[in-house]
Design a protein around this ligand. Structure first.
Ligand code: ZN
Length: 291
């Protein structure tokens, strides 16, 4: 087998959430070229892949050593596998593959694995360069991955949605229960867990549009909006759930339980005392409706 003329060592390193890469091109005992750079908070894997790609670019630019065979040595089996994998979605991997293809137009380029931190001088130099790269101030921005982009778009829309929700002129009562968007997002799952009755109760509670004196009193003169338990405030679902001093014991009991908010609400409003209260208001509303 033909001995490679050039040995290239590549490495990636990550310390204190700063990632760097290093490449060193050697011939015999000589260092022909070296390069390092800062990659922000990219993963070590991405830095290892990127370093292989940069090594190929360096080789392509080395006119003086044109035609000399090369072996690139990386201590990352995952990075080597990625560069040779036929399927890849990562732009960084794709760029490294392209750089390798270009380098191979003018010379033989092999890529092999070398055990890291095992006293191979070339690998130690690449490791040193990668660490130094991590301390640089100029950032070499890697192309963002697809999942990164999707996450960014999702976060941007959620932020806008939250802003609209928080500033909405309507649904004031609902926002007391659900200040953050997406709290009860999976309605199908909620229905499965709570049943139709539970979900209907939950809707009445959260929207405030249920048999509560404060709500019914808006249009039924004979229903006084004042809370019949404490006589201190308007009886809304929120008042019963959060403020009514007469329901403090029920509130403590519910809040000591490990359950999600939907369950707690349905339990609290199914509690006999609260249930009776709601039934009375419902009946009163019905009575006067018939009259
Ligand atoms: Zn009250």
């Amino acid at each position: 087998m033909q001995e490679p003329g050039l040995l290239v060592y590549t490495d990636g390193s990550r310390m204190d959430e700063r990632t760097g890469y290093g490449v060193v091109v050697t011939k015999g005992n000589q260092v022909l070229q070296e390069e390092d750079g800062f990659l922000g908070d990219a993963s070590v894997f991405m830095a290892e892949v990127f370093a292989i790609g940069r090594a190929c670019l360096l080789l392509t630019g080395m006119d003086k050593h044109k035609g000399e065979n090369v072996k690139i040595l990386s201590d990352s089996q995952a990075a080597i596998a990625a560069v040779f994998s036929p399927n890849c979605v990562s732009l960084t991997v794709r760029e490294a593959k392209q750089a390798l293809a270009v380098a191979r137009r003018t010379r033989r380029v092999e890529i092999g694995w070398i055990k890291g931190h095992a006293d191979h001088t070339g690998n130690e130099v690449a490791d040193f360069l990668a660490k130094r790269g991590g301390t640089r101030s100029v950032l070499h921005q890697l192309p963002a991955s697809l999942s990164d982009q999707k996450g960014k778009i999702r976060r941007m829309f959620r932020k806008r949605w939250q802003k609209l929700w928080s500033k909405s002129a309507t649904a004031k009562h609902t926002r007391l229960f659900l200040p953050a968007i997406g709290m009860f997002k999976n309605v199908r799952r909620l229905t499965a867990l709570l049943g139709k009755g539970g979900l209907s109760l939950l809707t009445q509670v959260v929207s405030g549009h249920g048999p509560f004196r404060g709500h019914v009193g808006h249009w039924r003169e004979e229903v006084r909006p004042c809370c019949s338990l404490c006589l201190e405030d308007v009886e809304t679902a929120w008042h019963l759930w959060q403020d009514c001093p007469a329901l403090e014991l029920e509130r403590v009991a519910i809040n000591n339980r490990e359950a999600n908010l939907a369950f707690k609400l349905v339990d609290f409003f199914s509690n006999n005392r609260v249930k009776t209260l709601m039934r009375q208001v419902a009946e009163k509303g019905a009575e006067s409706g018939d009259a």
